[in-house]
Structure formats: structure tokens, C-alpha cells
Design a protein. Structure first.
Length: 373
């Protein structure tokens, strides 16, 4: 049952996270709850594989090395999260724990207690609702128990940033909970990292674009999106229909996918993507640097996080000298050959004296906010 306190906390969080929506009416301005079709009917062409059928070596050759996205089935079969991560159980176990659902204009986290967020999630009619995207759970005394409920997928156990101190490395893991119409706008993940996204419940709609797709094709203009231009729901309302027209360049046609519960998506570094929650979803996602993507990640880290790169290099020289040798050969003055979302390699990080986007690049194209994620 809604209380005065919960309504107040939700209002405060909304005001801090989206100050451009200065009053409640602006959150509802487009009336997307009634006018936007959460259509599952798309040209889902993303390949699907079963984890038991493809060895790690095959996976590298077929998907990771050629930077090809893919859906992986069977990854979550042994995870406790598949039955522990329900709205009811999360709301009960983490009732009074605060989870991040946005950032203010100074780049500081906006958080809500789980009990307040769950009330919001179940009742909101906002055009683009607040979305839990929390990277701090793994080091929190209580919330870190979430780590016990899943394990790293077979193909993604390389974690070269582990050689940086936990409080210095870029944020890399998130628990993600959101209602219909929430999501992440068009973006490229930061520093050339790749990612995996494991969907526990609900359905997500994805579009992927090649790294060389011109930004101007993918951007929602202010005249088209107004104060909601960075939102996934706005992108699907404004840009997605353009991708279906005859004059959309064929080489930049999107790869589309409806992610089903239990499926895990591999997102190659450098690839533009946008994600919309079709219904209420619960997921976990990690970004990573592997031996396969290391040359590009190194290139982008040297240019985007120079202080971090020096500390990382010293650790690699000690623990992975072969990789340090590769780093020595990377020409960081030339182009990496892979696009960057300007917001995802250059915003601030609370855990670092360099700059980086906290949201593992789960950031939209045009500005988002300067992060501490």
C-alpha cells in the first residue's frame, strides 16, 4: 500500500535523476503507457547457440574474435538466481537496502530502497521509468550475497581488469531491474569492452548496429525527442521506424532480437546497441576485457584512462607478461578501428582519478550525465 513516505522518496529520486523533467506531468507528457506499442513482433535474426554445444575455443573463433553478437542458451541452468530473483523475494530479502536507479547532475548516485522502488515499478505509468542499474552490490556487506546466485558464463571468465584494484577498476557488473518502457538508449560500451547480459525474467528488445554506423543516423534529435531524447523508448518511437524505410542504408541495417527469460546475450565491443524492456525484467550484466579484445581495450584505456592504464600495465607486466608485450606493440596514436560513444569513454568515475562512464557504457549517445558507474 502506498504511503506518504514512499511517494516522497520516489518523487525525490525522480527529481534528482531527471531534473530536466521539472514536474510530474513531464514524466507523462508523451503518454507512452497508452500510446507506445510494446510489440514483440520483430525480425529476430540474432543467432542462438546452446552453451553445451559450443566449446570456448569455438566461441572465440565464431563470435568473440569476429565481434559477432549471439544469444547463448543454457548458461543459467544451474543458477540460484533463476528462482531466487523474483520481485517478491528480492523485495523481501533486500527490502531496506538501497539500489541505484539514476544519477544527479553532479554525477552522484540516486538510490532508492528496494521496497520503495518495487512500489514504483508496479504502479508507474511514466513514459520512460526509473530503472535499477546498480554496480555497487558486489562490494556491499549485504547486497553482495547476490553474487552467490550466479556464476560467470563459461565463455566470459577472462577478466583482465582484475589486475587493477577493485576500487580503481572501471565498474563492470550490474544488477538490472526495470518495468515496461524502461531501458538504455543507443550506446557503445566503454573502453572497447565486450559484455554479456543474462535475463532472469521478462523480455528485452534489442537492436544492434555495426561500429561504423554514423552517429547522426542513430541519434534522436532534440526536435524529435525533446527532453526524453536519450531514452530507449524514444529511440524506438523515433529512430527505429526509419530503419525500416527503403532509404535506410543497407549496410547499417540493425540486427534485432527479443531476448527471452534464461537467455544470455553476448555484446561485442564497439557495437552500437539499444535495449528496451517489453515487460518487467530482472537481469545481470557484466563488461569484460579478455585476451581476445585486449588490444582494442588497451588502446582505448591508454587514450581514455591514462592513469589507470599505467597501473594496469604494471600489473600485467608482473602477472601476464605476454599481454604486456602485446600492449607495447599497440599503436595508441592511430585509430583503434572501432567507434566510441563519446559519453562512454570520457565521463567521471567515483572510484577513480581518471575519467570513465560508470554504466559500462549503458549510456546513451548524446550526453547522459557525468558519472562517478
Amino acid at each position: 500500500m502506498s504511503t506518504h513516505r514512499s511517494r516522497k522518496r520516489i518523487r525525490e529520486a525522480k527529481r534528482k535523476a531527471r531534473p530536466e523533467l521539472s514536474n510530474g506531468d513531464l514524466w507523462l507528457q508523451k503518454d507512452y503507457a497508452n500510446t507506445f506499442s510494446l510489440d514483440w513482433d520483430c525480425d529476430d535474426t540474432l543467432e542462438r547457440i546452446k552453451v553445451d554445444d559450443v566449446s570456448p575455443e569455438e566461441f572465440i573463433d565464431r563470435y568473440e574474435a569476429p565481434y559477432k553478437p549471439v544469444v547463448i542458451q543454457g548458461v543459467q541452468d544451474t543458477w540460484g538466481a533463476t528462482f531466487k530473483w523474483t520481485l517478491e523475494r528480492l523485495a523481501k530479502k533486500y527490502r531496506n537496502q538501497k539500489f541505484k536507479c539514476g544519477e544527479d547532475d553532479e554525477g552522484y548516485s540516486v538510490k532508492l530502497k528496494m521496497k520503495y522502488y518495487m512500489e514504483y515499478l508496479k504502479n508507474t505509468t511514466d513514459d520512460s521509468p526509473l530503472y535499477i542499474f546498480d554496480s555497487g552490490y558486489g562490494t556491499h556487506s549485504r547486497r553482495k550475497k547476490l553474487l552467490e546466485d550466479y556464476e560467470l558464463p563459461l565463455y566470459f571468465r577472462d577478466d583482465l581488469f582484475k589486475y587493477c584494484k577493485e576500487d580503481k577498476r572501471p565498474p563492470y557488473r550490474w544488477i538490472v531491474i526495470g518495468p515496461p518502457r524502461s531501458g538504455t538508449g543507443i550506446h557503445i560500451d566503454p573502453l572497447g569492452t565486450s559484455a554479456w547480459n543474462a535475463l532472469i525474467s521478462g523480455h528485452k528488445r534489442w537492436c544492434f548496429f555495426p561500429t561504423d554506423t554514423p552517429k547522426e543516423l542513430l541519434t534522436v534529435k532534440s526536435s524529435e525527442g525533446g527532453k526524453q531524447r536519450d531514452e530507449a523508448v524514444t529511440w524506438f518511437n523515433v529512430v527505429y521506424p526509419k530503419t525500416k524505410k527503403e532509404d535506410w542504408p543497407k549496410q547499417y541495417k540493425p540486427i534485432e532480437c527479443i531476448q527471452q527469460p534464461g537467455e544470455t546475450i553476448f555484446v561485442p565491443g564497439g557495437m552500437w546497441h539499444v535495449v528496451l524492456n517489453i515487460d518487467t525484467t530482472i537481469a545481470v550484466t557484466h563488461n569484460f576485457s579478455s585476451k581476445t579484445n585486449f588490444p582494442i581495450v588497451w588502446h582505448k584505456t591508454v587514450r581514455g584512462r591514462p592513469k589507470l592504464s599505467k597501473k594496469w600495465y604494471r600489473a600485467l607486466r608482473r602477472y601476464e607478461p605476454d599481454l604486456a608485450d602485446i600492449a607495447d606493440k599497440v599503436d595508441v596514436k592511430s585509430s583503434s578501428g572501432q567507434a566510441s560513444d563519446s559519453s562512454s569513454d570520457s565521463s567521471s568515475s567515483s572510484s577513480s582519478d581518471d575519467s570513465e562512464s560508470e554504466d559500462s557504457g549503458q549510456e546513451s549517445l548524446s550526453n547522459m550525465k557525468k558519472k562517478k558507474y
